[in-house]
Each structure stands twice: as C-alpha cells, then as structure tokens.
Write a protein that binds this ligand. Structure first.
Ligand SMILES: Nc1ncnc2c1ncn2[C@@H]1O[C@H](COP(=O)(O)OP(=O)(O)OP(=O)(O)O)[C@@H](O)[C@H]1O
Length: 302
C-alpha cells in the first residue's frame, strides 16, 4: 500500500498574466505534518485549492489519496478535512446544526467527536454562525474539518485569528492526528508556529517551491552568533575564507559573525590562533536561521 497521500507533479496555475504557481512537485507521506511556508501572495492558497480540485491546473497534476484532485474532486472532498483561508459558514445555523449538516454530507459521522473538540477549542455550539466572532468562526470551521477523523487534513492558516491558548490546542490536535496515522498539510507564514508540529517544511516564494527540508536538517544548520575580542588587531581575511561563516565583521580587535554548527570547529580553531580576551557563542533561534537561509528571496535548494 502506498504511503504517499499527496503528490503533485509540475503543478502550475496562472490567472491571466499572473503565474501564481510554477512547476511545483512535492509529495507528502502518511503520518507526517508538512508545513507549507511562504509570505503573502506566494501561492499557498492556490496550491491548496488545486489539491481540493476547486481550480483547474494550467499544467501538471495533483494526486490526493490516490485520486486525481480535479477529476475526482467530489471524492477528495469527502475524504479530506479541508479548512479554507476564508471559511464559509451558514449564518443562520448554529455550530451544532453545522455539525449535523456536514456529517450527513460526508456520510461518515463525527458528531460524537465534535462535542469533545468543541470543549477543547472552547467553542459554544448553540450560537448561530452570524453571531460568532472571527476567532470562533475559525474554531467552528476547524472543528468541521477535524471531526470525522479524515486521513488527510489540508489546512490554510488554521490558527489565524485564534488566541495563543487555542492555537496551542490546535497544534496539539494536529500532533494527535498524525500519531493516529493521519497526515497534515499546514499552510502558514510563521515558522515559529509550523516548527512546533511539522516534520518537513516546504518554502514557497513567488509561486515557486524553493526548498523542501526536514525540521531536523534545518535544526542541524542552525546558526550560532559568535563574537570574540582579541588582545591585538586581527585580519578579516583568515576568517572570511572559512566555509559557512556569514555576516563577518572584523574591526581592529574584535570579531562578530554567524556560523552554522558545522562551521564552528574550524572557526574556533582560527580564533584560537590569536590571543583571546573574550569569547561568546550563542545559538540563534530557528526563525532567524530560517530567515538567513530563505528570508532574502535568494533561492537555496534545501
Ligand atoms: N482568483 C484569482 N485571480 C487572479 N489572481 C489571483 C487569484 N487568486 C490568487 N491570485 C494571485 O496569485 C498569487 C498567489 O496567491 P495565493 O492566494 O495563492 O497566495 P498565498 O500564499 O495564499 O497568500 P496569502 O498568505 O496572502 O493568503 C497572488 O499574486 C495572487 O494575487
């Protein structure tokens, strides 16, 4: 049995002259959380809508749970828990009525699970959708995506508008989902959020998938801030030629730079060639490492 739940091949979408998505090939495996990261307008929503068969690709294809996303979109909708970026709810229906309606539509129950989810998300199911706040609408839409325990969740910025406590609960729910063998495609523009649950991240920029990397690998490349003070002036050249050293600044008696873990040994040995008065080395947080590699618009393959 195949373990691939999403497979796109050369997936592309243009809106008139706008090339929203270009030649994206990626796969997501069973049991993994794939974080899909990119700034506003990068093409995240377009990708997710293509996977749900809501729009037709200009080129390439998308296979979701073994089904062609466009031709078999009705089946895909039944099988996938999808949260759109702008959830559509029925203003006159309460949360409870939405649950009954959606579970009948999917024909896979989920009503019982929904009560537990509502408790965990602190959501009142008696209120009509039109009276719900933005955050509570988001919670209800998420609950509807999660309640029938689909094999695959495709979530467009699921924690947007939620307070930090509920955000944490949502991430916990996603972790439980994958522990049970489910998979998640989670779009976001925040690494800080995605890194808490994702196994791998894909970085999209201007419609192109510029990197796919495991969180573990990203952590392995985690940058360190290094600073040293010497008793006499040092030359920048001997440090500048060390592989991996970035943002090097040597001014007279002092040095500052950033370097991935893999470059530290050589850097330290070079520093030790001189008479050291003070030395500091601190690991940067992952967000900073991520921005250093992917934040500039440079194309680094992972
Ligand atoms: N229906 C449409 N018609 C024309 N252009 C569109 C349409 N939908 C998206 N676009 C354009 O395609 C590009 C990708 O948009 P998309 O919504 O996929 O980005 P995104 O990464 O989801 O952004 P955000 O984080 O702001 O939601 C943008 O340039 C956007 O303006």
């Amino acid at each position: 049995m195949t373990t691939t739940v999403v497979q796109t091949t050369g997936l592309s979408k243009s809106y008139g002259p706008t090339r929203a998505l270009r030649d994206v090939s990626l796969s997501i495996e069973r049991g993994e959380v794939f974080g899909y990261l990119g700034p506003n307008g990068a093409g995240k929503t377009t990708t997710l809508r293509l996977l749900m068969g809501m729009i037709h690709p200009s080129a390439g294809s998308a296979v979701v749970l073994g089904l062609d996303a466009w031709r078999d979109s009705v089946k895909v909708h039944r099988l996938v828990g999808y949260l759109s970026g702008e959830p559509a709810l029925y203003d006159r229906l309460t949360g409870r009525q939405h649950i009954s309606f959606v579970s009948r539509l999917r024909g896979r129950g989920g009503d019982r699970k929904a009560g537990g989810l509502a408790d965990r998300l602190h959501l009142d199911l008696q209120t009509r959708a039109r009276s719900l706040s933005k955050g509570n609408r988001q919670k209800l839409a998420l609950l509807l995506a999660l309640m029938s325990a689909p094999q695959l969740l495709i979530l467009d910025e699921p924690t947007s508008g939620l307070d930090p406590i509920v955000q944490k609960e949502v991430l916990a729910l996603l972790a439980e989902h994958t522990a049970g063998g489910g998979s998640v495609l989670l779009s976001s523009h925040l690494l800080a959020e995605v890194q808490q649950v994702a196994d791998r991240i894909g970085v999209i920029r201007s419609g192109e998938l510029i990197a796919v990397e495991s969180l573990e690998a990203l952590r392995g490349r985690s940058l360190h801030h290094v600073s040293a003070l010497f008793s006499s002036a040092v030359a920048a050249a001997s440090f500048a030629r060390l592989p991996g050293v970035r943002d090097l600044q040597v001014t007279d008696h002092s040095l500052t730079c950033s370097a991935p873990q893999s470059a530290l040994d050589a850097l330290l040995k070079q520093v030790a060639q001189h008479d050291v008065v003070d030395f500091r080395c601190a690991e940067a947080d992952l967000e900073e490492t991520f921005l250093a590699y992917y934040g500039t618009g440079d194309h680094h393959a992972g």
